[in-house]
Design a protein around this ligand. Structure first.
Ligand SMILES: [Zn+2]
Length: 575
């Protein structure tokens, strides 16, 4: 049987053409454009918010259908009020186009990576270099933004708007805004208790409201960073001292990891052998360490600050001595070597620092990034030229920085295969993502072992007492519950983003004596708040800022700064 499809396809084609021309030729009132755009932003761009809000409400036992229905209604009304109030005269089309484009970009990031745009995320974005920002851009992003944002934006651009007299336009707009304001007030008064209850138990929900949470956070960040006067600098300790009683020089290396999460370290029991290089070095892994933040912009300065996670504030932290300042004031030679976009987030502002040059003259670099092995050369230069008795060197790694995990290790160091060789990681299989991430951890382990090798050599050549502490700034989500990367607000961040590794190594002979004592404290529950005291303890800096109870290693340290003997640990406990 021969079927003639022509009339059907012809009909569809004609209908489509007539629909497009009707939309094109239709003259919209300004109010219609506002309502259509607001509906689109509410139901398409805020899809992640609405689904989460509905889930949160339906999980409560006594929700009413009307309350559930009020959520999208409230959202649409609020967006109409915002657009209706700001979008006056010639501002209307640019405002609506910008709202749709911005919301689409944010929607893509939230739907693909599970990220939200709160204050910390804005801070992280603003303090990120352009190479890092561009590593997130790929063909999928562009196609998505064109389809979901670009086409509606073009529609608004070409839409014909009815001309109205000034007074009639004002009247119509006032009626639109007023009617929706009344609706908002009505919903708020009827369902106030319900909203308060859902909000209390699901504080994170507001962070998903697009694009307004982003705008709110951006305004707050701008105000804070560009329109706030600097606080006067505060010296916390006028007279820190070195307490080294023997005549041997000390070198402490503090390695700050990037985006490494504790659960992927085989030293902590992980199934992939990610610590094959250091496992026999006598290194001790502290298994219960939590980070201060979920992003570098907060975690890094917080780690070095005397402020606690609970009270931490960037502005205050920047205006007072940090751990490095106090070590330096005590006479320690402090050097910061950076392989993380040359950004120590202000921590190294008052000490010597070296940024690794990412130029392609270095075979370990590709013009944008360098593998962490690039830290070893300036480190060795420093070790060859120790100038004072006590030296603290901070190595700031690029570590496991995503989403381009595959760029963090040379291919010959790829242990776990197949890996994911692209930046839009959500399109790789779960196993490929984990393999790629684990390769970054294994490579970090390789570099740590190289550092240990250099310190061992220093010890055997010059009898210098050496120690290395490694700690990551925050963890990473690898697709668990649909969440990727990091930076979620701390209050609802998953453990993958806040549970960080901390490894301690020191002179072989000493570690062997004291490994029992060290291991006995290695499961203590600690956090970045303890780092300040742990490092002051390791570097033998005596300061009025030191809180011995927070220095988990102090229990294993004798009064002369050496670690206590394992045979008599109890007699050496300093409490
Ligand atoms: Zn980081």
């Amino acid at each position: 049987m021969i079927t003639n499809h022509k009339p059907i396809t012809h009909f569809i084609k004609q209908s489509a053409i007539s629909l497009v021309s009707r939309i094109r030729d239709h003259r919209y009132s300004a109010n219609q454009l506002i309502v259509i755009t607001s509906l689109y932003v509410a139901f398409v761009c805020n899809f992640p918010f609405l689904t989460r809000a509905i889930t949160a409400i339906t999980q409560t036992s006594d929700y009413s259908f009307l309350f559930l229905l009020s959520v999208p209604t409230l959202l649409v009304s609020l967006i109409i009020i915002i657009n209706g109030t700001i979008g006056v005269g010639k501002l209307l089309k640019p405002l609506l186009i910008l709202t749709i484009l911005l919301s689409t970009v944010l929607l893509y990031a939230t739907a693909s990576y599970g990220v939200v745009f709160d204050y910390t995320m804005i801070q992280n974005g603003a303090e990120t270099d352009s190479a890092e920002a561009f590593s997130y851009v790929n063909a999928h992003d562009i196609v998505f933004v064109i389809l979901v944002g670009g086409i509606p934006a073009l529609g608004i651009f070409f839409a014909k708007v009815k001309t109205q007299s000034w007074s009639r336009g004002l009247k119509a707009r006032s009626a639109l805004v007023a009617s929706h304001t009344i609706l908002v007030v009505l919903i708020a008064s009827v369902f106030y208790a319900n909203y308060a209850a859902v909000g209390r138990n699901n504080r994170e929900l507001l962070a998903y409201i697009t694009p307004y949470k982003f705008i709110d956070a951006t305004v707050k960040y701008t105000k804070r960073h560009y329109f706030t006067t600097k606080l006067p600098f505060k010296t916390l300790d006028n007279n820190p001292l070195l307490e080294i009683e023997d005549d041997k020089a000390r070198v402490t290396i503090l390695v700050v990891g990037e985006t490494a999460r504790a659960q992927n370290f085989s030293l902590n029991g992980y199934s992939h052998n990610t610590n094959q290089y250091t496992e026999d070095s006598g290194i001790v892994s502290f298994t219960e360490v939590s980070s201060c933040g979920t992003a570098t912009a907060v975690s890094l300065p917080c780690m070095f600050s005397r402020l606690d996670r609970e009270t931490y504030d960037n502005r205050t932290a920047n205006a007072q001595q940090n751990l490095l300042d106090i070590a330096k004031a005590a006479g320690t030679d402090v050097l910061w070597i950076d392989n993380n976009n040359g950004s120590c987030k202000g921590v190294c502002a008052r000490v010597n620092s070296i940024d690794i040059d990412t130029g392609i003259a270095n075979p370990l670099c590709d013009g944008e990034y360098c593998f962490d092995e690039a830290l070893l050369l300036p480190l060795q230069n420093k070790l060859n030229n120790l100038s004072v008795k006590n030296t603290l060197i901070v190595l700031h790694m690029i570590g496991s920085h995503g989403p381009t995990y595959y760029k963090r290790y040379p291919q010959d160091k790829a242990v776990f295969l197949p890996d994911c060789q692209r930046s839009d990681i959500q399109h790789c299989s779960e196993q490929e993502i984990v393999n790629t991430y684990d390769n970054t951890i294994a490579y970090t382990d390789f570099v740590l072992n190289k550092i240990i090798g250099r310190l061992e050599k220093l010890e055997s050549d010059s009898a210098v007492k050496t120690a290395m502490l490694y700690i990551s700034d925050h963890g990473e989500s690898l697709g668990e519950k649909g969440v990727y990367l990091h930076g979620l607000p701390y209050a609802f961040a998953p453990q993958e983003q806040t549970h960080v590794p901390m490894l301690f190594w020191q002179n072989k002979s000493l570690v062997h004596q004291d490994s029992d004592c060290l291991r006995s404290v290695s499961n203590d529950v600690i956090s970045h708040d303890n780092l300040f005291d742990i490092v002051l303890g390791i570097t033998s800096v005596s300061s009025n800022q030191y809180i011995e109870g927070r220095d988990v290693l102090s229990k294993c340290r004798a009064s002369d700064g050496l670690l206590a003997s394992a045979t008599e640990p109890n007699t050496k406990i300093l409490l």
